[in-house]
Design a protein around this ligand. Structure first.
Ligand code: ATP
Length: 461
């Protein structure tokens, strides 16, 4: 990793804290490793990504329903799913100077990230001898009720998928769906990662956006290809992530999870190398079959057209929300020179941007503040807006460039006579004067142009 690439993550960490996207969790007590809180802009960004995902995966489809299942589940679920037995990563410890703990399957990447040959011996950090690999289960334990014994032990879910499998029959019966159809949900997942890091890339508490697609056995590989294409396109067209920085990587045979016959990862070229953004797995009938055996319940499907009964196969696209956020930030970040000064700008797609339209009175004087506030109030119903009157106008433009606001409306003293305002656009910094009467219409037009620029930048087809 070059200094400038390391720099980018550090710059983002500081921008995110300063501007209110991401704060270290419980920071006043020294924080908590790999756990983060989200500030006012971070919350808006999260909500935008969630909404875009839900719209594409549920609202705009005829064949997917959304559900929300609990974080805490009967522990038998995790025994049946194989998580108790095998949701683990191989772990090694450095016995040398640094005493760091590593994932045994990440050693090469960690060495490369530190500018060392991938086959250098020992610890990636200090070269010390490493212990033999041991398996480490990633599920967090907790207890229910007042007795901390084995019987009352639970796990915090490491994925939301099992909530959808155990509700398969409920959804089928209550919706009368025919196969193929999907069940989608968004929610928290918890993993006690061995080597978390890279800001919000690998966390211990994170949000998953997952969909289980139930289909007829034998059609699963076709559906797998379908969902790989759909999901790849979504990142480019809906999120505006540049195609050149994305790739679809099928797993090698020895990389596949025990339940999967085909898995592909959508990967992004982060400053620290290619990393998984979304996984699309063919989970076969593994989960439903294992729950049938363990629970004794019938989770099969009767196809009345062909008079066949079968256990459906499942294709699962699974996306991490925070991984998406760091991808968006890395991909959108740019530094430019404007009239001899450095400008930091986030070229966010306008549908992701936490603020779409900033309303800025040129001065704090009441004669400008009042009309500017009224304009911002009127625009709230149609756009994600923010009113901002602090600091000089130049600084406010820079702040909004830095948080990715595509449009700023400036109210100046001429406004009082000509009833017009200036719209300044983020990417080209062009300005146009428009009458307040036609402002909403003009902003819609400009946002459409901004969407088109975002698509062009991403390389959308
Ligand atoms: P990795 O190989 O990075 O550990 P995984 O293959 O275990 O990931 P999945 O179980 O496929 O990941 O999870 C689906 C998605 O959830 C991933 O593509 C990623 O976006 C997200 N994700 C997984 N683990 C984490 C984590 N610790 N922190 C943040 N996001 C995560």
């Amino acid at each position: 990793m070059t200094a400038c690439e390391v720099d980018l993550i550090e710059k983002l960490v500081s921008l995110c804290k300063q501007r209110g996207f991401v704060y270290p969790s419980s920071e006043i007590y020294g924080g908590l490793n790999a756990v983060y809180d989200f500030g006012p802009l971070g919350v808006r960004l999260r909500r935008n990504v969630r909404d875009l995902w839900w719209r594409a995966m549920v609202d705009l489809r005829d064949d997917v329903d959304g559900i929300e299942t609990a974080v805490l589940m009967n522990p038998q679920v995790w025994v049946a799913s194989g998580h108790v037995q095998s949701f683990s990563d191989p772990m090694v410890d450095c016995t040398g100077r640094c005493k760091k703990r590593w994932r045994a399957d990440h050693l090469e990447a960690e060495r490369i990230a530190r500018g060392k040959p991938p086959d250098a011996p020992g610890c990636p950090e200090c070269g010390g001898a490493l212990t033999p690999a041991r398996q480490f289960n990633l599920m967090f334990k907790t207890f229910i009720g007042s007795v901390e014994d084995q019987a009352s032990q639970l796990w915090l879910r490491p994925e939301t998928a099992q909530g959808m499998f155990v509700n398969f029959a409920n959804v089928l019966n209550s919706t009368r769906r025919r196969i193929p159809f999907g069940i989608a949900q968004m929610g928290k997942g918890f993993r006690n990662e061995i080597s978390p890091g890279n800001f919000i890339f690998r966390l211990r508490e994170f949000d998953l956006l997952e969909m289980e697609w139930f289909c007829k056995p034998g059609t699963d590989l076709e559906w797998h290809e379908y969902w790989c294409n759909e999901r790849f396109r979504w990142h480019i067209e809906q999120l505006g992530i540049r195609r050149a920085n994305l790739r679809l990587r099928p797993h090698e045979k020895d990389e596949l999870s025990h339940y999967s016959t085909a898995t592909s990862d959508i990967e992004y070229l982060f400053p620290f190398g290619w990393g998984e953004l979304e996984g699309i797995a063919d989970r076969t009938d593994y989960d439903l079959t294992t729950h049938i055996k363990q629970s004794g319940r019938d989770l099969s499907y009767f196809d009345s057209e062909t008079n066949e009964r079968y256990v459906p196969y499942v294709v699962e696209p699974a996306l991490g929300l925070e991984r998406t956020l760091i991808t968006l930030l890395v991909d959108a970040y740019d530094e430019e020179e404007v009239r001899g000064e450095k400008r930091v700008v986030l070229h966010l797609h306008p549908d992701n941007a936490p603020v779409q339209v900033a309303v800025l009175p040129l001065s704090k004087k009441a004669e400008l503040r009042e009309p500017a506030r009224k304009i911002e109030h009127d625009l709230r119903r149609s756009f994600a807006t923010e009113y901002d009157e602090t600091q000089s106008i130049g600084r406010r433009y820079r702040r909004h460039d830095e948080i990715g606001t595509p449009l700023a409306v400036t109210v100046d003293f001429d406004t009082l006579n000509d009833h017009a305002v200036t719209i300044r656009e983020r990417d080209g910094m062009t300005q146009v004067r428009v009458p307040i009467d036609g402002l909403e219409h003009a902003l819609r037009d400009q946002l459409d142009q901004s969407r088109k620029r975002a698509r062009d930048r991403a390389g959308a087809s």
